[in-house]
Design a protein around this ligand. Structure first.
Ligand SMILES: NC(=O)C1=CN([C@@H]2O[C@H](COP(=O)(O)OP(=O)(O)OC[C@H]3O[C@@H](n4cnc5c(N)ncnc54)[C@H](OP(=O)(O)O)[C@@H]3O)[C@@H](O)[C@H]2O)[C@@H](O)CC1
Ligand SMILES: Nc1ncnc2c1ncn2[C@@H]1O[C@H](COP(=O)(O)OP(=O)(O)O)[C@@H](O)[C@H]1O
Length: 481
């Protein structure tokens, strides 16, 4: 599991660690790691460092000494020369760095304006320099976090911020490096995710503020699904998932939701719907059993028509876990007596909370968490960085997939898959986050770097699940801006 921590927790851990170390040791470790991460800058090339007034600037100044040793030329733009880290500046100047007024033609840039001490938004010369980066597009690495973003809230300011090509962070990830929209400024392009320099904070860090499942976390499956440890498992001990999806207008949603459910962990899929749709679903997927019966979880709403409300009421009356998707989200009860996983996209969450879609997209972490508290349920907010929030649990962010996954019907596959995991013994938090992980991973494996259909994602899911279980997944993270 990859973990991010809140700024206050990072600071507390830093103090605890630093107390047992020689003065300045943590900054030395950070600077060494930062210099190593800048090995793409060739000897003889000029790197311009934008240096702020705090320790973030200090990291860069000490890193400059290593880079200068290796033959890189370093220009320093000091935001406030009187406040720059004094010992770091002396060391950088002694090693051969030169101070310049402003960045100009350099092709490599280091953003060391502000780190975790940052207030969101830039003004004055910091803003001018961020605009220079945006206009000139040198290859830019941010130190710890891109300057100007909201580090804990993972939002972008209305004013200017730095957009980096990559970020080198220290000790642990920060929310803004994993969660959108801020993570977009940290360079979730080529580098895909910030590079983490281990400075020894680990033993001093408390519970994470945000976490992400990784390709190496296949053990989660065995931990979550008890029947996997039981050779005598049969279809009913694996669990039965009921699907109430599709309508005359959106018949495809029924097929896609069923396809997602069939690829999950459950032993059987039931489908309820009108007679004609049921016949078509079973024609396409003869494994499916049509009609009501005992299930361990329901999926209600994908492509649902006018009867979504009645289907949700019937599912809730069953007293088993439920995935509530799409049109069923318009008929939520005030609270849930059963384990519930709500799977809105930003527009649907906006309707649920009585706000606008752009407000959700600007602050997905806050809104997903607020909705989870409001309904006492797990909220899986779909998007480029899908979030899974549950009261009392560490919010999970999904890092797999690519923008190609934003294709009609892929949400229906996800809802079916999540329902299957729920029926098979996962709680809503694990069901939602493991489903989002597998769904994104399957889309990349189905066609890395190109378009996928929702059906192709469903087809890729079984082998993706097996590879995850066996610890054989390749890199399935978002791979391109
Ligand atoms: N934690 C760790 O384990 C380790 C941390 N390390 C490093 O330390 C970094 C944190 O350093 P830091 O605390 O000195 O804060 P930093 O972000 O450099 O800047 C604070 C200064 O900037 C100012 N300022 C802020 N925002 C502003 C804005 N928008 N516009 C204008 N001004 C603004 C702010 O002003 P104030 O808010 O006080 O008015 C203050 O003067 C951390 O990110 C990492 O790189 C490593 O060395 C090793 C281990
Ligand atoms: N830019 C993106 N990168 C990765 N995944 C994305 C992106 N955009 C959308 N997705 C994913 O695609 C799926 C779309 O679901 P949804 O909006 O419900 O579509 P539909 O209703 O057509 O099924 C979600 O799983 C979402 O997280």
């Amino acid at each position: 599991m990859l973990r991010a921590h809140a700024v206050a927790d990072v600071r507390a851990a830093e103090h605890a660690l630093a107390a047992g170390l020689p003065s300045g040791e943590l900054m030395r470790r950070a600077a060494r790691g930062l210099a190593d991460a800048l090995d793409h800058v060739p000897a003889g090339e000029v790197l311009v460092m934008l240096v702020g007034p705090g320790d973030n600037g200090g990291d860069a100044l000490y890193a400059a000494t290593h880079l200068l040793d290796g033959g890189v030329r370093v220009d320093l733009c000091l935001l406030d020369p009187d406040k720059a880290h004094a010992a770091g500046l002396d060391a950088a100047l002694a090693a051969g760095a030169q101070v310049v007024d402003a960045p100009s033609q350099q092709r490599h840039c280091l953003d060391a304006l502000f780190g975790i001490g940052a207030r969101p938004g830039l003004s004055g010369r910091a803003a001018e320099w961020a605009e220079w980066i945006a206009g000139t597009r040198p290859r830019t690495v941010a130190v710890d976090v891109p300057s100007g973003v909201d580090v804990d809230g993972a939002t972008l300011p209305t004013s200017v911020h730095v957009t980096a090509d990559a970020t080198v962070t220290f000790g642990t990830y920060k929310n803004a490096l994993l969660v959108g929209p801020a993570a977009g400024a940290a360079g979730w392009g080529d580098a895909s995710i910030a590079q983490l320099v281990d400075i020894g904070l680990g033993p001093h860090l408390p519970q994470a503020s945000v976490e992400a499942i990784e390709a190496s976390d296949g053990h989660l499956l065995v931990e979550t699904f008890a029947w996997l440890r039981e050779p005598a498992s049969q279809k009913y001990s694996r669990g039965v998932v009921g699907i109430a999806a599709g309508s005359s207008q959106y018949a495809g949603a029924a097929h896609l939701c069923v396809a997602g459910a069939l690829t999950g962990m459950a032993g059987m899929v039931r489908f309820v719907g009108d007679a004609e749709l049921s016949r078509r679903v079973v024609d396409r997927a003869p494994e499916v059993v049509a009609g009501r019966g005992r299930v361990q979880a329901w999926v209600v709403g994908p492509g649902g028509g006018d009867d979504a409300e009645q289907q949700l009421t019937a599912a809730l009356d069953d007293g088993v876990a439920v995935v509530v998707d799409a049109s069923a989200l318009q008929h939520l009860p005030d609270s849930f007596d059963v384990p519930a996983l709500l799977t809105p996209h930003a527009g649907e969450l906006a309707d649920m909370l009585g706000t606008r879609r752009d407000a959700i997209e600007a602050e997905p972490l806050r809104h997903a968490t607020a909705a989870a508290e409001r309904w006492g349920a797990t909220v899986l907010l779909k998007g480029a960085r899908t979030l899974v929030a549950t009261p009392g649990r560490t919010t999970r962010v999904n890092l797999t997939g690519s923008p190609w996954l934003g294709t009609a019907g892929s949400g229906d596959v996800l809802a079916g898959l999540a329902g299957s995991l729920l029926a098979s013994g996962a709680d809503p938090h694990d069901a939602g986050s493991i489903a989002a992980f597998l769904h994104g991973a399957a889309s990349v494996r189905a066609n890395r770097g190109g378009p996928v259909t929702a059906s192709a994602v469903a087809q890729a899911l079984p082998a993706t699940l097996a590879a995850f279980h066996d610890g054989e997944l390749d890199d399935v993270r978002d791979w391109r801006r």
